[in-house]
Design a binder for this molecule. Structure first.
Ligand SMILES: Nc1ncnc2c1ncn2[C@@H]1O[C@H](COP(=O)(O)OP(=O)(O)OP(=O)(O)O)[C@@H](O)[C@H]1O
Length: 249
């Protein structure tokens, strides 16, 4: 049976987070003065933040969507929702295609396991079979540049070494839908060059890219569409050539 083409469809997507242990009234007053964050409100008697409100989105193969917006406007929440990490409180999310979510690279790294075992673990989480993992292991190991350290527990690594391992494993899986929270730059100068090339390859091969970033140069380089979030409310998806208009709005 043929697979449906790669696509993302969100209808009326609303995501709320409960806010515990705060005085709702005073929080609401202080938030009224800031441009950041989602909307505070009360649902079913408890206080919550609406991180995304009634969002509609339709993307198909070839779409490279840049997400812009102030801190706390809902960009990461949308990416996590698309990755399947958050369920909608209202509305629907429908994603067709294999997803790679480069959102929190260190998530799922087991510090007491070796580098090799972490590659295997990450591969399993990404849906690869044991056979597929073993076939890719040499390339991933080579890319990390960690050599004999891969046989040692990750807790003995420096922060940069851990980042190399996490990046190499997270980017080893082919995907149809690539979700990214800022462009990833890890490791030292040499590794950053290699990482950039590897990331570019993933971006080019992915059917759909959704990239949240505050960097307008990156948006112009890699995106053909843009959407602005403000307090969890999304603008229309527009052509990247209208970025300046959207930023000025
Ligand atoms: N796990 C959570 N629990 C409670 N509130 C949350 C949680 N995650 C996000 N929020 C709230 O949801 C809103 C949207 O946050 P989100 O992280 O999606 O913003 P963002 O646009 O990615 O911001 P930034 O540009 O700073 O990364 C914010 O008001 C934030 O406080």
């Amino acid at each position: 049976m043929s697979q449906p083409p790669v696509s993302i469809t969100c209808t009326g997507l609303t995501i709320r987070f409960p806010v515990y242990g705060v005085d709702a009234k005073s929080l609401k007053k202080s938030l009224a003065r800031v441009a950041v964050g989602g909307k505070l409100g009360r649902h079913f008697g408890s206080t919550d933040v609406t991180a995304l409100q009634d969002l509609n989105l339709e993307l198909k193969a070839g779409d490279r969507l840049g997400l812009i917006g102030h801190n706390g406007s809902g960009k990461t929440t949308l990416l996590r929702a698309l990755s399947g990490a958050y369920e909608p409180d209202e509305g629907t999310i429908d994603v067709h295609g294999r997803i790679a979510a480069l959102l929190d690279l260190s998530l799922g790294i087991d510090l007491s396991a070796t580098g090799y075992d972490n590659i295997r673990l990450r591969g399993r989480i990404a849906g690869l079979s044991a056979k597929e993992i073993e076939a890719r292991l040499p390339e991933i190991a080579e890319f990390t540049g960690l050599g004999p350290f891969l046989a040692m527990p990750v807790k003995t690594y420096s922060a940069g070494m851990q980042a190399r391992l996490a990046f190499a494993t997270a980017t080893a899986v082919e995907c149809d839908v690539l979700l990214m929270d800022e462009w990833i730059a890890v490791g030292d100068a040499d590794f950053q060059k290699l990482a950039h090339k590897r990331l570019l390859g993933l971006v080019e091969r992915a059917g759909i890219l959704v990239l949240a970033t505050h960097d307008v140069d990156l948006l112009r380089l890699y995106c053909n569409k843009v959407m602005r979030l403000e307090g969890g409310v999304a603008s229309e998806v527009t052509d990247i050539r209208k970025l300046d208009e959207l930023l000025a709005a």
